[in-house]
Design a protein around this ligand. Structure first.
Ligand SMILES: O=C(O)[C@H](O)COP(=O)(O)O
Ligand SMILES: [Mn+2]
Ligand SMILES: [Mn+2]
Length: 532
């Protein structure tokens, strides 16, 4: 990357990689490397590649216990640099107390005397979109700063954490809220639902998901009503037998059956997820005056702040508690400044990964004359184990056509299968998903062969390579009923990276002078001397 100042965007020629060769950049979402046993859905893949770290501090996360995720993975790949990510920035702002001095907090505080503070977000310690300990600190900070009436609207997880763990998270939150009530604050859970069915859609795949949340959170209307949230989660897991990710929406009602926490004029609202993609749609519904995605019925006049600003280009939301990482000078921006033509493609559920996240959480094009972004509509209203092939073939065909057209210098895609099917916890379906992604990679490599180009194949984090929770020795764990504990989340595993194609100069190798954190951390037999 160039330095700042004059001519800062000019890219120098690479000493080894030839100019003018089409480059295919493929991100295999949720595709890590782990011991090949029957819970590793990837080990049938044709070859071993180099491994790089994709979790923890290597990608800007607070600790080495933080698994990688799409946001941080694509941010790092797209920017070529590592930034302290939202999770870390929120930790710092909460620890120093600076969050309470910021404009965003002052803005919501204006409602504390006469209104209710509503907190909406994902309730788990997954650390991908949000964290329970941050919510707990925020609750404490809010009452210390004058909030008297608080309603929490929870979204249950089971995707970044084990399915069934929601009950424990809700119990913990209930205990905190009951402690606050003992101190004279009016604090309660007001509504809830599973993250994949209520509120947390992304990239406008299915607005019905956001509408279900709106109805419960804002209007106080839902098909299920309970007196408390622990009971709600327990009962809904039994009947209609929903898992944490897909719990139907519910509202908590008082002894007369009235919802305890609809959002009203004069209230304050905070969406406490730090990660952007699955909060942008709700932010639009809360913030936009002109909005036609669903009938909001009632649009309360509230002071709304995001934990972070979720979209730097749309400036959405306008108010936020913590400033997002300033991911600047991304590769996409460099490429357009140097006249390099780019084609980016995925299906809806990952489309923003190769555009929005890749470009540093910025929506839209840098230069539409040099860039073409193609979104293939994802299937809606299904869990992807039912359709594990997803749109991998269609994505690969688009990439192939873009490569063969000669119109693009970089063709970049995300193949979602390993990740999206891995999150369902369905091992059989995830094996199919990996095979399909593998075929898609082959189609892209074949096209690169034809045009004499170069390919770079990698992943943003692990997922499908380990589908079971293990003890410290690596043995799969069983639950109290003797059933395998299926791992629906990402992993801490390294990911492969491969570079090749006829356009690559003979003898081009992985560099060996990059900081250690980018080199292999596993116990495989990689020859580190040949690393980029
Ligand atoms: O949002 C999701 O689907 C998961 O929480 C994380 O998956 P991703 O980081 O691969 O999108
Ligand atoms: Mn991902
Ligand atoms: Mn994922």
């Amino acid at each position: 990357m160039g330095s700042t100042g004059q001519n800062a965007w000019k890219l120098a020629d690479h000493p080894k990689l030839p100019k003018g060769k089409t480059v295919a950049m493929v991100v295999l979402d949720g595709w890590g490397e782990a011991k090949p046993d029957e819970y590793n859905c990837i080990h049938t893949a044709p070859e071993k590649w180099r491994l790089i770290k994709a979790h923890g501090t290597a990608v800007g996360l607070p600790s080495e216990d933080d698994m990688g995720n799409s946001e941080v993975g694509h941010n790092a790949l797209g920017a070529g640099r590592i930034f302290a990510q939202g999770a870390k920035l929120v930790d710092l702002a909460l620890a120093s107390g600076k969050i309470y001095d910021g404009d965003g907090f002052k803005y919501i505080k204006e409602c504390f005397d006469n209104g209710t503070l509503h907190l909406i977000g994902l309730l788990s310690d997954g650390g991908v979109h949000s964290r329970l300990d941050q919510l707990q600190l925020l609750l404490k900070g809010a009452v210390d700063n004058g909030a008297k009436r608080i309603r929490v609207h929870i979204l249950t997880d089971g995707r970044d954490v084990l399915d069934g763990s929601s009950i424990g998270f809700v119990e913990t939150l209930e205990k905190d809220l009951s402690n606050l009530r003992e101190k004279g604050f009016d604090a309660q859970i007001a509504s809830g639902g599973g993250r994949m069915y209520v509120t947390m859609d992304r990239y406008e795949n299915d607005w019905d998901v956001v509408k279900r949340g709106w109805d419960a959170q804002v209007l106080g209307e839902a098909p299920y009503k309970f007196r408390n949230a622990v009971e709600a989660v327990k009962k809904l897991r039994e009947e209609p037998k929903a898992n944490d990710q897909y719990l139907p929406p519910f509202v908590i009602v008082d002894e007369s059956g009235n919802p305890v926490g609809p959002i009203k004029d004069g209230d304050a609202v905070v969406t406490f997820n730090f990660r952007a993609d699955r909060m942008v749609m709700l932010a639009k519904a809360l913030e936009y005056e002109d909005f036609d995605k669903f009938d909001r019925v009632r649009v309360p006049k509230v002071h709304y702040a995001g934990m972070l600003q979720y979209d730097g280009e749309l400036k959405l939301p306008g108010h936020y508690l913590v400033s997002p990482p300033e991911i600047d000078r991304t590769s996409g921006e460099y490429l357009v400044h140097n006249g390099v033509r780019t084609f980016a493609c995925s299906e809806t559920v990952k489309f923003g990964h190769v555009t929005f996240f890749w470009n540093g959480n910025r929506s839209g094009y840098f230069n539409q004359e040099l860039e073409e972004y193609v979104e293939i509509p994802s299937d809606v209203g299904i869990t992807f184990n039912v359709q594990p092939k997803m749109k991998a073939k269609e994505i690969a065909e688009k990439a192939r056509d873009a490569i063969l057209s000669g119109k693009f210098d970089q063709v970049r895609v995300n193949l979602p299968n390993g990740d999206m099917v891995g999150h369902t916890g369905d091992i059989e379906a995830t094996i199919v998903a990996c095979k399909v992604a593998d075929d898609a990679v082959k189609m892209i490599i074949d096209a690169i062969e034809q045009v004499g180009g170069i390919f770079v194949i990698t992943a943003d984090h692990g997922n499908a390579e380990d589908m079971v929770k293990r003890d410290k020795s690596g043995k799969p764990l069983l639950d109290k009923n003797g059933n395998l504990q299926i791992l629906t989340s990402h992993t801490l595993q390294p990911v492969p990276i491969a570079i090749g194609g006829p356009g690559l100069a003979p003898g081009a190798r992985f560099r060996n002078d990059v900081p250690h954190r980018w080199t292999c951390q596993c116990s495989c037999n990689c020859d580190e001397s040949s690393w980029i």
